[in-house]
Design a protein. Structure first.
Length: 321
């Protein structure tokens, strides 16, 4: 089986762009695709094009989150009515607070993630991810010929743009780890754009973006009382490292590094179309997978970025469960 994960880049959108993107990906004959940064405008186009290539089963976070939120609000409104049947002012205040919780400030409600498959999909509740912007994750169980596979497709927002964005990025990473740091009866895949790490060294050292906030050097030397933007400094460091390394303890290792080691230099995002030795290139896009899926190959599809279809390369995994 083959899975391809790709940030399709919201800034390169439109009917012709969607057609070219799907054609370019499907030339690699995937059984499952996981796209990030899919806009609500382009979503129907992606569905139509993917179906043309036999990827008939599709779930997206935009629709799932909307359905889940409506169901949640209906349930909570019934509770509020029962609790304050004769206090219209308290009821109105509670509705206002509930609305704020369901639609947090700054959330991009027209941007989400998509999973498409040749095999039937059963969507999972997107609210299971305790992350600020719920549309940035979508999960489904794939009914593959050799058994069910749990697939989680995520997009971690960039920290660029201010302190609030920094907090949202870190809280998203924390929510991903909390959701997946459990033992699972079925094999799992986590894929997507993590906007992390800053760098990876040949000796296996992973350099997170938030290493600099640990004032005294190594993680163990940082005091729990020291804070950055209202959070302990350890929390920021662990937000990245728990996903990048910690999920391996729960049968979700980084497939590319498991197969190629750390001497293989790779990247998935560059500020331009420069060569591999561009210092600013980062390996932001990842696939983590259970050992029982038996990953046999993993590489980056730089042709997708090279054609100008996105500022990200796709990442491909072959596996033989």
């Amino acid at each position: 089986m083959r899975l391809i994960s790709w940030n399709v880049d919201l800034f390169r959108s439109g009917p012709k762009s969607v057609e070219k993107k799907v054609e370019a990906v499907c030339q690699h004959s995937p059984d499952i695709v996981a796209f990030q940064e899919v806009t609500d405008r382009d979503l129907p186009l992606f569905r139509e094009e993917l179906e043309n290539y036999g990827l008939l089963y599709i779930v997206d976070s935009l629709a799932l989150v909307e359905i889940a939120r409506v169901a949640y609000m209906a349930e909570r409104l019934n509770d509020l009515r029962a609790r304050n049947p004769s206090d219209p002012f308290q009821f109105a205040y509670s509705i206002s607070r509930l609305s704020e919780q369901c639609s947090p400030f700054g959330e991009p409600k027209d941007l989400g993630c998509l999973i498409a498959s040749r095999y039937p999909l059963t969507p999972q509740n997107p609210l299971d991810f305790d992350i600020p912007w719920k549309q940035q994750a979508v999960s489904a169980v794939v009914s593959a010929p050799r058994g069910e596979i749990e697939v989680h497709n995520v997009h971690v927002p960039t920290a660029i743009g201010g302190r609030r964005n920094e907090i949202v990025k870190a809280e998203t990473l924390v929510g991903i780890y909390q959701r997946l740091a459990v033992r699972s009866a079925r094999p799992r895949i986590l894929c997507g754009d993590l906007h992390s790490p800053e760098a990876e060294l040949p000796d296996g050292t992973i350099v997170p973006f938030y290493r600099d906030i640990l004032q005294d050097g190594p993680l163990t030397a940082a005091s729990g009382s020291e804070e950055y933007l209202g959070r302990p400094r350890k929390w920021w460091y662990n937000a990245e490292m728990n996903v990048l390394c910690g999920l391996a303890r729960y049968d979700l290792p980084d497939v590319f590094r498991r197969l190629h080691g750390y001497r293989a230099r790779e990247y998935s995002w560059c500020p331009d179309r420069g060569p591999e030795d561009v210092p600013k290139c980062k390996r932001y896009d990842h696939i983590f997978a259970s050992a029982s899926l038996n990953p046999t190959a993993c590489w980056y599809l730089h042709d997708l970025r090279g054609q100008g279809l996105s500022d990200h390369s796709g990442v491909l995994m072959d596996f033989d469960p």
